[in-house]
Design a protein around this ligand. Structure first.
Ligand SMILES: NC(=O)C1=CN([C@@H]2O[C@H](COP(=O)(O)OP(=O)(O)OC[C@H]3O[C@@H](n4cnc5c(N)ncnc54)[C@H](O)[C@@H]3O)[C@@H](O)[C@H]2O)C=CC1
Ligand SMILES: O=C(O)C1=N[C@H](C(=O)O)C[C@H](O)C1
Length: 245
């Protein structure tokens, strides 16, 4: 049985993870930690799963790595600087694995990969992400990650930024720019997690859309991450690497 500690255990994702781990035949929950609880409660855990907050996740990860506990992280807010810090900590603990994934839903991972493949064929691209209105961060981690992947594919293909005749705009009307890609964030009660990647060129558009209708959509990916991180020392970013896409 893999001994799992859940960080953010009373949150929307954390509570869903606790149930999923308890229902899995090969793992059990040994610690449920939320804001204000001592991290010492994780002493029995082999793997921690973190769905907390961008402001909390780095301290949690530092603790896990320092104590040789593998980590599966869904919390958003990872910049290149943060990833470099995690790599630095792991260099001191070569046997420990950390998997950070902006999205654990299979369809979201596939949508990102399809968008990466389509990017070089279209002159313009924009992303719309739509989430529940209790989400703390905008744009979503998934949309930011998608934008970076698409931008990289466009650069490799030698594409210039898409033509845009906008000369006057209200602040925010054209969205945020992530690595030269426009990202638009919608927040509405009733939504869970949704993303559209829209490509355009003269005469046609292509829309790639993924919808998570329920948080159960993330659980197969999280459980796979818990199993895989045990045999992947070092830092892995993105579930696509575990799925071998
Ligand atoms: N990678 C993925 O597939 C997914 C990632 N997320 C991300 O996961 C994070 C959490 O999302 P939700 O569960 O919707 O948020 P939430 O607000 O429902 O839950 C977060 C929980 O973390 C707790 N928390 C805050 N600071 C903590 C600390 N220092 N130690 C332990 N617990 C702490 C809060 O009290 C709360 O119970 C967000 O960054 C979100 O974007 C959400 C869904 C899927
Ligand atoms: O906060 C959420 O709900 C989600 N957060 C992640 C993100 O920011 O991309 C993953 C998913 O979109 C749900």
């Amino acid at each position: 049985m893999i001994r799992v500690g859940v960080l953010g255990a009373r949150g929307r994702m954390g509570a869903t993870v606790v149930k999923a781990v308890e229902a899995a035949p090969d793992m059990k929950v040994v610690a449920e930690v939320d804001d204000g609880d001592a991290l010492d409660a994780l002493s029995e855990a082999e793997v921690v799963v973190d769905f907390t907050h961008p402001a909390a996740v780095m301290d949690n990860l530092a603790y896990a790595v320092e104590h040789g506990i593998h980590a599966v992280v869904g919390t958003t807010g990872f910049t290149e600087e943060r990833l470099a810090s995690v790599r630095g900590w792991l260099a001191e603990r070569p046997g420990t694995g950390v998997l950070i994934a902006p999205n654990f839903a299979l369809g979201a991972v596939l949508a990102m990969r399809f968008a990466q493949q389509a990017a070089r064929f279209y002159s313009s691209v924009e992303i719309i992400e739509l989430h529940h209105n209790r989400k703390a961060d905008a744009p979503s981690g998934t949309a930011a990650h998608t934008a970076r992947l698409v931008a990289e594919a466009r650069r490799e293909a030698g594409l210039e930024p898409g033509a845009d005749a906008t000369t006057t705009e209200l602040d925010g009307a054209r969205g945020a720019t992530v690595d030269d890609v426009r990202v638009h964030s919608v927040r509405l009660p009733g939504l869970v997690a949704h993303e559209e990647i829209l490509f355009g060129q003269e005469g046609e558009t292509l829309t790639i859309r993924h919808d998570s209708m329920d948080r159960s959509s993330f659980m197969p990916g999280v459980l796979l991450g818990v199993r895989e991180v045990l045999r992947r020392p070092g830092l892995t970013v993105g579930l696509e690497n575990v799925l071998d896409l």
